[in-house]
Design a protein around this ligand. Structure first.
Ligand SMILES: [Zn+2]
Length: 151
């Protein structure tokens, strides 16, 4: 619920509370019924505003959780970026290749340059004569060395 609607909710509650206090002093039956109806309408309006506020708060909490998760993912990728260096394949394709001293027991591999720019790590897979990204669908040309190792 935007802040201006929060004020409307408090105004409706305040109006209802003061209207209830005046009910005892109304002697005329018709006027009393009108006042009771007005109070009921005000209560229903306040109830709807409270429900809208609750739904908005739930959406905000969910959005906050998603943003926290995204921030954690970006921080993880920032640390991961240091393990890779931009690489041009023999065919002129651009990838990011894991540095020899940062392989941590992993085989030599390339990650997608397009995904890298979006802070997403996507290991490229050999598909025909290209390195293919399963994340974004892009491919980079390469030529295998004599031993079949991807450069
Ligand atoms: Zn990609």
């Amino acid at each position: 619920m935007p802040v201006f609607e929060t004020k409307a909710l408090f105004d409706a509650i305040s109006y209802t509370a003061s209207a209830v206090k005046t009910l005892k002093s109304i002697d005329d039956r018709v006027k009393l019924n009108e006042a009771i109806y007005s109070v009921q309408e005000s209560l229903l309006s306040a109830q709807q505003m409270a429900l809208d506020s609750q739904q908005e708060m739930t959406a905000i909490v969910e959005a906050k959780g998603a943003l926290e998760k995204e921030i954690a993912s970006l921080r993880t990728f920032e640390a991961e970026k240091a393990r890779y260096a931009m690489h041009e394949t023999e065919a002129g394709g651009i990838t990011y290749l894991v540095k020899e001293d940062a392989r941590n027991g992993e085989p030599s591999h390339h990650i997608c340059a397009a995904c890298y720019q979006k802070s997403v790590k996507s290991v490229l897979q050999l598909k025909g004569l290209n390195l293919f990204c399963g994340q974004c669908g892009s491919s980079s040309e390469y030529h295998p060395r004599s031993g079949g190792f991807i450069v």
